[in-house]
Design a protein around this ligand. Structure first.
Ligand code: URA
Length: 243
C-alpha cells in the first residue's frame, strides 16, 4: 500500500500535509526517514511515524457527531452545508458517510463511518436497531394518541411498525423506532393531528449521544462503543481504530 494513502486513511493528515512532512523528514518507516510518500509500505508489519506519532492503520473509521440544525445528512449538497463539512479536512477525504438520515432541522446523534456493510446492517429493518428521539409537539398528546402511535399509524399509505412512546408531560416525550422512513416522526405526529416542533436523536442502537459534545462537535467512537455495536451483532469485522 502507498505510504501517503496509509497516512490519509488513518485520518491524520491530507496528502498536501503529508508531502510537506515528508520533505521536512517528519515521516519514518521502521525508524528510517522517508522523503518519498508515494513509496509502498506493508500496513501490518511496518512501523510508521508521522510527526513523531506512531500511525495506526484504520481500516474503518467511526465517528459520533452532535448534529446541529441547518446541516443535511449527505456527502454533498448543492444548497445546504452537509454534516461532512463539520469534520476536519483530513476526515472529509476518507469516504465517511452518514449512517442514516436526519432531517435538516433535526438535531443530535449522527454516526458517520466508511464501513458500508456495518452501516447497511445498522439500518436494515431486519436488524431492529432501536433509535430513540426526544420530541416536542405543538398540541397536547392524549393517551389514545400514544396508543395509536405505538401500534402503528398510516403515513401516506405506509403503516408504521410498532414503536415505544414515553411522555414526559403532555407535549414532551421520547419515541423509539426500529425503522427509519423519510420524515417518519413528523408524519406520525401529523397522523394524530399534531406537529413536531423539536426533534433530537438521543440513541442509535447501543450508542448514546455524548452530551459533552456541543452541537456541531464530533469524536471517534471509543473501543467500548465499537464493542457494544459488535455485541449487537451489527459491527462488521476488521476495525482497528486508533484511540
Ligand atoms: N423522523 C423525522 O421526521 N425526522 C428525522 O430527522 C428523523 C426521524
Amino acid at each position: 500500500m502507498r505510504l501517503d494513502k496509509f497516512i490519509v486513511e488513518s485520518g491524520l493528515a491530507t496528502r498536501t500535509e503529508i508531502a510537506k512532512a515528508a520533505k521536512n523528514g517528519a515521516i519514518t518507516v521502521n525508524g528510517e526517514i522517508v522523503r518519498r510518500p508515494s513509496g509502498h509500505i506493508d500496513p501490518v508489519c511496518d512501523v510508521i511515524t508521522f510527526c513523531g506519532k506512531k500511525v495506526i492503520y484504520r481500516e474503518f473509521t467511526y465517528i459520533m457527531l452532535n448534529k446541529p440544525e441547518g446541516y443535511v445528512s449527505a456527502r454533498s449538497d448543492d444548497l445546504s452545508p452537509t454534516v461532512i463539512e463539520l469534520l476536519p479536512p483530513e476526515l472529509q477525504r476518507i469516504g465517511l458517510f452518514p449512517c442514516g438520515r436526519l432531517d435538516k432541522n433535526t438535531l443530535g446523534l449522527m454516526l458517520l463511518t466508511n464501513n458500508g456493510p456495518l452501516s447497511h446492517k445498522l439500518l436494515s429493518p431486519k436488524n431492529h436497531v432501536d433509535k430513540k428521539y426526544y420530541f416536542e409537539v405543538k398540541f397536547p398528546i392524549s393517551v389514545d394518541d400514544v396508543k395509536s402511535l405505538e401500534s402503528g399509524v398510516d403515513i401516506g399509505g405506509y403503516m408504521t411498525a410498532p414503536c415505544k412512546v414515553e411522555m414526559l408531560d403532555e407535549k414532551h416525550g421520547h419515541i423509539t423506532l426500529t425503522e427509519g422512513k423519510y420524515h417518519q416522526i413528523k408524519l406520525m405526529a401529523e397522523a394524530v393531528h399534531n406537529q413536531i416542533t423539536f426533534l433530537e436523536r438521543v440513541t442509535f442502537g447501543p450508542i448514546l449521544l455524548d452530551r459533552s459534545l456541543e452541537r456541531g462537535e464530533w469524536r471517534y467512537l471509543t473501543n467500548e462503543e465499537e464493542e457494544l455495536l459488535e455485541a449487537r451483532g451489527v459491527a462488521a469485522s476488521g476495525s482497528n481504530n486508533q484511540k
